[in-house]
Design a protein around this ligand. Structure first.
Ligand SMILES: CC(C)(COP(=O)(O)OP(=O)(O)OC[C@H]1O[C@@H](n2cnc3c(N)ncnc32)[C@H](O)[C@@H]1OP(=O)(O)O)[C@@H](O)C(=O)NCCC(=O)NCCS
Length: 220
């Protein structure tokens, strides 16, 4: 093991975990343990053990001599920002550190932007000047966050989603693939914008909106 190699513990062993493990590898890190609540989950990485649920985390933690070089991430995609934040909390309770934001080498992140803990910026994503992203966000492939956007915790921008300048998103918002949010609009917490939508007016919290122009089709 290289002296400065960072070891990672990853919660989630499905599709997004494959993407995240690839990113960790590209950044020179090494995944040493995977965790998942699903009893039928299997490891997405050859040779890396999968532990099930809270009990699994506890037993892995007991086996470790030291964990100060381990960084933790939640590999849970979709509209599940709250679950990612809960996983961060769970790791912290066990004395583990959530990783700083992880950025793909082919993403463009302006130095004047700020990214919260555990946030993941995938290939070809863009974060422009002055943007602020909270904890446990996912900027999926080709997602774009233009200047001075403000994103809460647990936000997910699906592949190709675009936020124009000065957009504000509440916690746990999900913007579907290739959707566009026009400048200076705000979207309330937990709201889901469907794939391909064009959001032309601000949206409240706890709704689903689809289409061009986006219309609310459901309230939670
Ligand atoms: C909007 C969304 C959340 C709705 O999901 P849902 O509640 O399960 O809705 P359903 O699939 O049951 O569809 C309900 C209706 O909305 C329509 N609809 C679903 N998604 C739509 C979309 N993005 N744009 C326009 N109409 C849509 C369906 O055709 C269906 O219409 P119908 O009642 O006339 O048949 C989902 O379709 C979506 O777009 N999710 C984003 C997916 C994504 O980007 N994933 C990326 C993962 S990395």
């Amino acid at each position: 093991m290289a002296e400065d190699e960072v070891r990672y513990a990853v919660w989630g062993s499905a599709g997004h975990a494959k993407v995240l493990c690839c990113l960790i590898d590209l950044r020179g890190g090494r995944v040493v343990a995977l965790f998942d609540n699903a009893p039928d989950a299997v490891s997405v990485l050859d040779g890396v053990p999968l532990y099930h649920g809270e009990q699994g985390l506890r037993s892995w933690r007991i086996q470790q001599d030291k964990v100060d070089d381990v960084r933790c991430l939640a590999a849970i995609g979709g509209a599940r920002g709250r679950d990612r934040l809960a996983i961060h909390e769970r790791f912290t309770v066990h004395g583990l550190q959530v990783a700083d934001a992880l950025v793909h080498p082919l993403a463009a992140v302006c130095s004047t932007s700020r990214l919260g803990k555990g946030t993941q910026v995938l290939a070809l994503a863009i974060v422009a000047a002055g943007a602020r992203l909270g904890e446990a966000c996912i900027l999926n492939h080709r997602a774009a966050v233009d200047h001075e956007c403000m994103l809460g915790d647990g936000v997910h921008l699906a592949p190709g989603a675009t936020l124009c300048g000065c957009v504000s998103l509440g916690d746990n918002v999900m913007i579907g693939a290739c959707a566009v949010v026009l400048p200076r609009l705000s979207i309330g917490a937990n709201t889901i914008v469907g794939a391909g939508a064009v959001v032309t007016k601000s949206l409240p919290a706890d709704v689903v909106a689809v289409g061009n122009p986006a219309r609310i089709v459901r309230r939670f």
